[in-house]
Write a protein that binds this ligand. Structure first.
Ligand SMILES: Nc1ncnc2c1ncn2[C@@H]1O[C@H](COP(=O)(O)OP(=O)(O)OP(=O)(O)O)[C@@H](O)[C@H]1O
Ligand SMILES: [Mg+2]
Length: 257
């Protein structure tokens, strides 16, 4: 496999007032160049922690995290990140939040930024400030900013969580379009099983306390996918039953069975 990302023996602990907490244990995950991987798992199982480690935002861990055969030691432009909670600069307009350090007076930058604004459906809001936007609009700005830079790997932490069903569905299509056009490797965390199956070549299912990878389900369905098709529903059932097994174990755990 031509792996762009190789994670092996990854362990992560946090020191908390209650003592050491193992957030991730023995994570092994290889991602193919150009692959679309989605990650699902119960709240607190370490999904965001894992994504931040891949992004180079957290290097305080054991084990190997290789991007293009090089250990990840810091954030870089080739790793685009969309946070669970959007992080915009409150003092910059929408277009400046997207362009950041790229000069908008450069016609090429202007064109790309305008293109991105159209894709995420924010035409007319170029000059608006984050305080004038809804949560979903802000998240779309964050997505546009990450996509503009055409990173090798896009790391998306529940990027569509705050969006209404229509915008969410549109953004899923947009993401698939961008993925197919640019062959960007995508790793997306979601709570939504439909979304996980709709987007991915492979769904990774995580378990909590400590965070581990429980199973991986390949999704061998051609794109574009139809959520109502029987093959889609069958795969959804497989992922759901895996997910429910994780949740049942969680419940048994917390009730002391
Ligand atoms: N900076 C930190 N200090 C201490 N503990 C942390 C820290 N960040 C995360 N944790 C703990 O690590 C575990 C995993 O957290 P993480 O945010 O990765 O979960 P998650 O799977 O993304 O959850 P959610 O689905 O709710 O976003 C949790 O138990 C959390 O309390
Ligand atoms: Mg999270």
């Amino acid at each position: 496999m031509n792996a762009i990302l190789q994670i092996d023996h990854l362990n992560k602990t946090f020191d908390t007032p209650q003592g050491r907490m193992q957030a991730l244990r023995s994570i092994k995950l290889n991602v193919r160049r150009g692959e679309f991987v989605t990650i699902i798992g119960p709240s607190g199982c370490g999904k965001s922690t894992l994504l931040k480690i891949i992004a180079g935002l957290d290097t305080d861990h054991d084990g190997q995290v290789l991007l293009d055969n090089e250990q990840v030691t810091k954030p870089s432009i080739d790793k685009g990140f969309v946070f669970q909670e959007h992080r915009l600069f409150p003092w910059l307009t929408v277009e400046r939040n997207i362009a950041v350090d790229w000069p908008l007076r450069d016609p090429d930058v202007r064109r790309k930024v305008d293109e991105m604004i159209a894709i995420v459906r924010l035409k007319g809001f170029e000059k608006a400030y984050p305080r004038e936007l809804s949560g979903g609009m802000s998240q779309r700005v964050a997505i546009a900013r990450a996509l503009l830079r055409k990173p090798k790997v896009m790391l998306l932490d529940e990027p569509f969580g705050a969006l209404d069903a229509f915008t969410r569905s549109h953004m899923q299509e947009v993401l698939l379009d961008i993925w197919q056009q640019n062959q960007t490797t995508m790793i997306l965390v979601t709570h939504d099983i439909d979304e996980a199956v709709f987007l991915a070549n492979r769904v990774v299912i995580m378990d909590a306390r400590p965070g581990t990878i429980r199973n991986m389900v390949p999704v061998d369905l051609p794109y574009p996918r139809k959520k109502s098709s029987s093959s889609f529903q069958e795969l959804r059932r497989i992922v759901l039953s895996e997910f429910e097994r994780v949740e049942e174990l969680e419940l048994m755990d917390s009730s002391g069975i």
